[in-house]
Design a binder for this molecule. Structure first.
Ligand code: MG
Length: 377
């Protein structure tokens, strides 16, 4: 008996806020879809995981940290997407569980109940009986009452024996809102099993906050700062935040003297409480002479990831009279973002002079300070 979980993540819904469809929004340290998928990946009764994606989402960068799954391209409607998943499952599956990726708090217990009910029914799905009084309303006024007896709020995963459901989907031309509707239209019997109030569907911005609360996340948030200075010497360019900027002098140092990148790197080490660049890359070690500073930054980023931290943002200020930083700011943000594996909107590079005061004011060198935030879900 092979049971396949099909996670349908092809929707375009952005009502939950942000630019991304709700299944790709972050919940704790991973996206909503990944959180849902992990429950199925960890369940001993599930043999295969299929993820149905919108054609615009096939780029893996859009679905961070998802468990291993077979990726299937969905269609323009929910019906087409589920059918694509079912066709992919048909090779090996006896039973399928179809789950909405926007329900990240599904539990192993609900999956157990659906699987158990499939031993005796063609289909089974979780639901919660309606307990609130139901009204009809119009123009913000109550216009009547609705008897709530026998009413349920449907949830997922909805489970079926594959053959009959696939036949039902192939024959169905209506865009049903769930698979129970398709199954019932084909005459299949569907058992109701107990759902869970926590198995919420992420729909509005408040739902992400509610789901986070239900997950009981205690995020570990850490801040670190970094400071660095390099002096000017002979040369015709400086390296600043990963960008080569033409200048009438160069910064002197053991490495490429990228003072901005060094400050950000030290801020990461600082947030981790794990020393500084000098400790990890001793200037006395000849192998780092003239080294490109991205080696240091990549090391710090990897160290953070090894310890379970994600970099939330980095803010770097360069202090100098010359060269002018403004024209290179965009390129610097992009370069830093690329090295750190972040989107540029999480990186800030800004510059200030020191009003001709002190060593930076006399243009003897460039100083940089940086702040970095790390988050562990
Ligand atoms: Mg330095």
């Amino acid at each position: 008996m092979t049971t396949v979980a099909i996670i349908v993540a092809a929707g375009r819904g952005t009502r939950a806020g942000g630019d991304l469809p709700k299944q790709w929004q972050m919940l704790g340290g991973r996206c909503v879809a990944a959180t849902a998928m992990q429950v199925f990946a960890d369940h001993p009764g599930i043999d295969r995981l299929i993820l149905v994606l919108h054609p615009d989402d096939m780029e893996s960068a859009r679905w961070p940290r998802i468990p291993v799954a077979e990726i299937v391209t969905g269609g323009a409607t929910r019906r087409e997407s589920v059918l694509a998943g079912l066709e992919a499952a048909a090779k090996t599956a006896d039973r399928v569980l179809i789950h909405d990726a926007a329900r990240p708090l599904v539990s192993a217990t609900i999956i157990d109940r659906v699987l158990d009910a499939l031993d005796t029914h063609a289909g089974a799905a979780p639901a919660v009986a309606v307990t609130d009084t139901l009204w009809h309303g119009q123009d913000d006024k109550v216009t009547g009452m609705q008897d709530r007896s026998g009413l349920y709020r449907a949830q997922t995963p909805q489970g079926f024996h594959l053959g009959p459901l696939l036949a039902a989907h192939r024959a169905n031309r209506d865009d049903a809102t769930d698979d129970v509707a398709v199954a019932r239209a084909a005459g299949l019997d569907v058992a109701i099993v107990a759902g869970d109030e926590d198995n919420i569907k992420i729909t509005t911005p408040g739902d992400i906050a509610r789901a986070t609360k239900l997950m009981g996340h205690q995020m570990d948030i850490r801040c670190g700062n970094g400071y660095d200075v390099h002096r000017f010497g002979p040369g015709d360019h400086v390296w600043l935040c990963g960008v080569q900027v033409p200048h009438d002098r160069s910064l002197q140092g053991h490495s490429d003297a990228d003072v901005g990148m060094h400050a950000v790197t030290d801020a990461i080490y600082g947030a981790l409480g794990m020393g500084d660049i000098g400790q990890h890359f001793p200037p006395s070690d000849p192998q780092w002479k003239g080294a490109a500073s991205h080696i240091f930054l990549e090391h710090a980023v990897a160290l953070a990831a090894d310890h379970g931290y994600r970099i939330s943002n980095a803010d770097c200020t360069l202090v100098c009279e010359t060269p002018k930083i403004g024209p290179h700011q965009g390129a610097m943000k992009s370069a830093m973002a690329r090295i750190m594996g972040l989107t540029p909107d999480r990186i800030s590079v800004k510059a200030t002079t020191s009003e001709r005061l002190g060593f930076t004011g006399r243009a003897e060198g460039i100083a940089s300070i940086a702040t970095v935030t790390l988050v562990k879900p």
